[in-house]
Design a protein around this ligand. Structure first.
Ligand code: ADP
Ligand code: MG
Length: 458
């Protein structure tokens, strides 16, 4: 027993080096090796999500790390072991505690000299397939500010982590290069300051101030749209910083070419470096984000609840956090776990109702639409009248809910992820030249997204 523990502890040390702290805590906490037999290591994990994630994303790393410790190891088997899930932590709830919890959600700690908030770091930033690229680009900038991607232009919808990333870059550069002068601000703040400087005849001071920075970060650049004077000033500032190899980073809710009323010369500057987007998080990442937030909350919420929240809040990480915070606050007040009904109610208050569709909703709606028994969809049967709805379910779960292939397979009777990929590809191909199928899927989506109240169930 102690032997297996030594092996896994050794492997964990190596694995920890290769992943961010947040990802490490989320995926590797509560894992252990139960036995090693004939070159096979049996790795126990707390739930199906961790299993999916480790076996698809980290398998090679895990195997490599294990073999470095013990070269005779040939493979890893992942098993779900309920007993390793965390015990509910005892909490004494006081009004104070709830108040503090809420306070910590606000940006109270911004450093006024550089605009950086220490709470946004890479340590608490979850990396998944949806933001891998933007994370890698940010890391490259941190390692070589001004040298690799200049400017770095990050775009994506609201609540997807742009500000978090920009701030994390600032925090990291601050830590590794304490001599570098860093500044973060939004384009709105820049505009206000500039107008103020103009009105008070202080533009020379304004220019001087901004040209000093080694790392200049401007969030939400889309708001310079239509502001000609600000754009002109920004253009000159950009050139000055750029010529001196200073790192410039922008974020926006859309790519440069779609920002309206933007001077052409500024647009071409934005496009001159590296442009990367943050997309919507997939199911596993949403779950991981919730798990990670929870780990700093000193409070336990059952995995099933997190799964439910992650399955219906898909578009916005801020909403995901909001829902979790409400759940924590309510559970603390009531001194118990919340019922599903209570959680649904809380979530409804938190997000736009038309977005509430869960995996179960999709399965149920499609089953009803084709008049097949839900149960049959989970079974092994290959009857045509079952295969088609099953493939459509897989397709909708993938396209609309961004669920991962392994997770979809698991939800539909434990099918292999390659089967799911095949199904999604097939439906994608078929709807191109089968207008009836196309219409059917449209109708299903109509029912799914318009009949929220009726179909909303877990
Ligand atoms: P945006 O600037 O794109 O609107 P934010 O950076 O403000 O989004 O993110 C919204 C919230 O979600 C923040 O509280 C942030 O900490 C959190 N968040 C976003 N992305 C991640 C992530 N990948 N891992 C952990 N938390 C995240
Ligand atoms: Mg933002």
């Amino acid at each position: 027993m102690s032997d297996t523990k030594t092996i896994w502890d050794g492997a964990l040390v190596e694995l920890e080096v290769g992943v961010s702290k947040a990802n490490f805590n989320t995926w590797f906490k509560n894992t252990f090796v139960s036995k090693q037999e004939k070159g096979v290591v049996y790795l126990c994990v707390p739930n199906a999500f961790v299993k999916d994630w480790l076996s698809t994303k980290y398998h090679t790393n895990i195997l490599r790390a294990l073999r470095n410790i013990s070269p005779s190891i040939r493979s890893v088997e992942y098993t779900i072991t309920k007993s390793v899930t965390q015990e509910t932590k005892e909490v004494v709830v006081t009004e104070d505690k709830i108040f503090n919890e809420q306070l910590s959600l606000q940006d109270l700690e911004v450093n006024h000299n550089d605009g950086i908030n220490p709470k946004y770091t890479f340590d608490n930033f979850i990396v998944g397939s949806f933001n891998e690229l933007v994370y890698a680009a940010s890391q490259a900038v941190v390692k070589n500010p001004g040298m690799t991607y200049n400017p770095l232009f990050i775009y994506g919808g609201t609540g997807l982590g742009k500000t978090h990333l920009l701030q994390a870059i600032g925090n990291q550069v601050k830590k590794t290069n304490p001599n570098k002068k860093i500044y973060y601000l939004t384009s709105e703040k820049f505009t206000i300051e500039y107008i103020d400087a103009l009105q008070n005849n202080k533009t020379h001071l304004f220019k001087e101030k901004y040209r000093r920075y080694d790392l200049f970060i401007m969030d939400d650049i889309q708001f310079v749209s239509g502001k000609n004077k600000t754009q002109e000033e920004l253009f000159h500032l950009f050139n000055s910083l750029y010529e001196n190899n200073k790192q410039i980073i922008f974020s926006s809710d859309k790519p440069p070419k779609y920002i309206g009323q933007l001077e052409e010369r500024l647009r071409s500057r934005f496009e001159g470096g590296m442009i990367v987007d943050v997309s919507k998080p997939d199911f596993e990442s949403r779950f991981a984000i919730l798990k990670n937030k929870l780990s700093s909350a000193q409070f336990n919420v059952p995995d099933e609840t997190l799964e439910f929240v992650a399955s219906i809040i898909q578009d916005n990480i801020r909403e995901l956090e909001g829902a979790l915070n409400s759940i924590i606050c309510q559970s603390q007040l009531k001194k118990r776990d919340l019922s599903l009904q209570e959680i649904k109610q809380l979530i409804k208050n938190n997000i736009r109702p038309q977005k509430i569709v869960s995996i179960k909703d999709v399965i149920k709606t499609v089953a009803e639409f084709y008049s097949v028994e839900e149960k049959a969809l989970y079974e092994k049967t290959r009857r045509k009248e079952i295969v088609k709805p099953r493939q459509i379910i897989m397709y909708i779960l993938r396209e609309d809910l961004s669920a991962s292939y392994p997770h979809i397979g698991q939800k539909l009777g434990g099918r292999d992820h390659t089967t799911v990929i095949h199904a999604c590809e097939k439906i994608k191909r078929d709807i191109k030249d089968n207008s009836i199928l196309n219409q059917e899927i449209d109708q299903i989506k109509n029912i799914l997204y318009n009949n929220q109240q009726k179909t909303f169930s877990i």
